[in-house]
Write a protein that binds this ligand. Structure first.
Ligand code: HPA
Length: 275
C-alpha cells in the first residue's frame, strides 16, 4: 500500500512537470545554502515552484528558495533544485528525498550536489572547497527505511562508492587547471538543527569525518539507490573544532558560502561541460 503510494506520487509529480516542460534533463543540480549563482549561467526554459508540484514538500528556511529551474547550461539540459528539504525542518527522510526521485523520473543520469559544511579536519580553513569522497550517514536517518519498491531500486543497495570516481577525478583536474585549490574528504551527515557541541565535532572527526553538515547524505542515498552518478562538494563555512571563538551562526554559514561560491560554480560549470 505504502509502496504504491510513493511510486504513484512520483508518477503524478513527474506527469505534472512534463505537462509544462517536455524536455528530458540529463543532469540534476542541488544548490545548498547561499549557493545560488549557478542559476544565472543557465539559459532558463522553465521554472516551476515546489508549492505547485503535487506531493512536493515546501521549503521553510530563510535563504532557501523553492523551485525547479529547467534550462540549458553548456549545451546540456539541466534541472536545478533551487532550495532543498532538510530533515530538521520536520519532513520525513522519505519526503526529503522525494524531489531527488522526481529528478530521476524526469530522466537525469547525473546528480551534482552542493552544501555548506562545518570543517573538522584541522587543515581546513573557512572558504575551502571539499570534494566529498565518501560519507558517514549513521548519525542521520536513512531515507530507505520502510517498504522497498524494486521499481525505484534494490532493497539493500551497495554503498561502496556513492560518489562517482570519474567525476571526482574530472573535478580535481578542472580545479587544478583553473587554479582553484580543493580538498577532498569525508562528509558526516547529521540531522541538525543544532550546530554541534565541541565534543560532537571532536567525535565526528575521530570517527573519520572531515566536514559535517545537515543535508546531502539522504539525497545521495536515494540517488545511489536509483543508480544515479553522484558528485558532491562542500563549502567549508565554519571550523567546529577550534578551541576558542567557535560560536557558529546561520548568518556566518550563509555569508561564507556566498564568498566561496564563485569557485564552486566555476568547477560545476566545467564539470557539466565534460560529463
Ligand atoms: N555543522 C553542521 N552543519 C553545518 C555546519 C556545521 O558546523 N556548517 C554548515 N552546515
Amino acid at each position: 500500500m505504502e509502496q504504491k503510494r510513493i511510486i504513484q506520487q512520483l508518477h503524478e509529480a513527474t506527469a505534472f512537470i512534463r505537462k509544462q516542460y517536455n524536455h528530458e534533463p540529463s543532469v540534476g543540480i542541488v544548490l545548498g545554502s547561499g549557493i545560488g549563482n549557478l542559476v544565472k549561467e543557465i539559459s532558463v526554459e522553465k521554472e516551476i515552484e515546489y508549492k505547485d508540484i503535487p506531493h512536493f514538500p515546501v521549503s521553510t528556511v530563510s535563504g532557501h528558495e523553492g523551485k525547479l529551474i529547467f534550462g540549458i547550461l553548456r549545451k546540456r539540459r539541466v534541472v536545478v533544485m533551487s532550495g532543498r528539504f532538510h530533515y530538521y525542518e520536520g519532513y520525513t527522510a522519505q519526503q526529503v528525498v522525494f524531489p531527488i526521485r522526481v529528478l530521476k523520473f524526469l530522466g537525469i543520469k547525473t546528480l551534482l550536489i552542493s552544501n555548506a559544511a562545518g570543517g573538522m579536519n584541522p587543515s581546513f580553513r573557512v572558504g575551502d572547497l571539499m570534494i566529498i569522497r565518501d560519507h558517514i550517514g549513521l548519525f542521520t536517518v536513512n531515507p530507505l527505511i520502510g517498504p522497498n519498491d524494486d521499481k525505484i531500486g534494490p532493497r539493500f543497495p551497495d554503498m561502496s562508492e556513492p560518489y562517482n570516481r570519474d567525476l571526482i577525478q574530472k573535478a580535481k583536474l578542472i580545479a587544478n587547471r583553473s587554479g582553484i585549490p580543493v580538498k577532498e574528504g569525508i562528509y558526516a551527515g547529521v540531522t541538525g538543527p543544532t550546530f554541534e557541541t565541541r565534543s560532537e565535532y571532536k567525535l565526528l572527526h575521530i570517527v573519520g569525518g572531515d566536514a559535517v553538515g545537515m543535508s546531502t547524505v539522504q539525497e545521495v542515498i536515494a540517488a545511489v539507490h536509483m543508480g544515479l552518478d553522484v558528485f558532491a562538494m562542500s563549502i567549508i563555512t565554519d571550523i567546529g573544532i577550534r578551541e576558542e571563538d567557535n560560536i557558529i551562526t546561520h548568518e556566518e554559514v550563509l555569508r561564507e558560502a556566498k564568498n566561496a561560491e564563485p569557485k564552486l560554480t566555476a568547477i560545476f560549470k566545467d564539470l557539466i561541460d565534460e560529463l
